[in-house]
Design a protein around this ligand. Sequence first.
Ligand code: BYC
Length: 334
Amino acid sequence: MYGNAYIDPNEKPKSILDGEDPIKLAEFEARIARGEKIEPKDWMPREYRKQLIRMIEQHAHSEIIGALPEGTWITRAPGFKRKMALMAKVQDEVGHAQLLYSAAETLGKSREEMTNDLITGKSKYSNVFNYPAYTWADACIIAWLIDAGAIINQVANAKGSYGPYCRALDRICTEESFHLKYGHDNVVTLATGTPIQRKMVQEALNRWWPPIMHFFGPSDKISNHTEILMRWKVKMATNDDMRQQFLNMYVPKIWDLGLTVPDANLKKNEDPDNKSGGKWDYTEPDWDEFKRVINGDGPCNAERLAVRRMAEERGRWVREALMNKNEKYVLPLA
Ligand code: BYC
């Protein structure tokens, strides 16, 4: 861990830029405007550090908790090939958490603190992983559409301002693009399969649609952090823009497979004056449900954290053994 300016999370400044040196702040913002990357030892405003820790940490937790709903399908995936592919995907997701925790550590918060904040329910992680994966089709929809949403978000933010986060996102996106193909292949198999398979995948899509709409974050009108994160190029598009991009790319693909989207109001608004080709109209997602789920009261929050807590407890002896400076280890022969 090499960041040494970690902020006390309980400290409450009067305004987010209170006490910042205006000259340093102007230089910092000029670097960002020129498209330069900010690196861990560079000067940065406290709010930039705080926001990045929050966002990267939540992203890391999402990867590790996100491994759970799909992970339970490894032994039940149909056939050896799909079991192998799902095992590799889940392993990748855990590796993404590893990369992201390392990126967050460069800002000065230790892995132990982050893990502790996750298992005590202090930190958030993506809403979507608080829903159950009842059938194999749910695991397929996650691998296709949640990974698709993640790629849209991450490809954009990989061009952002904080070097370690952008480099982690570049690597993650490469791996996610395989996940997307794997998920698409699974969904195509079900959607072009027997009537029972088609019904199964349609029902899974119906279950996952509301959480997927929530995945991109609250609408811009009620998003707390978008403004400052866009100003500092941490977020490269707003929540609503990312949601629109997802609808634009994936609704036609869903329809092509003969599946329906469970939103009677979903349609592309073909305004001829709109050069972007028109935006999608959709039913406003239920933001009360979203708030409940991200604040700990979703269908699987308790179970997810209990599993993570158990893993932490069961792995303690390994970490303690590795940290023991007095332990004599067998040296390699060559
Ligand atoms: N879920 O001001 P806003 C994956 C919170 S894993 C939960 O708009 P921001 C995968 C937000 O934190 C990839 N909470 O926030 C893994 C804030 O609360 P706090 C997951 C959410 O940060 C395994 C409050 O709502 N991707 O794909 O400007 C298997 C207000 O929101 C969510 C990432 O983590 C949510 N969906 O924008 C398969 C991407 N949305 O902190 C797949 C990185 C919002 O004030 N994160 N909240 O208490 C981001 O890009 C941004 O943080 C967000 C939200 C766009 C998600």
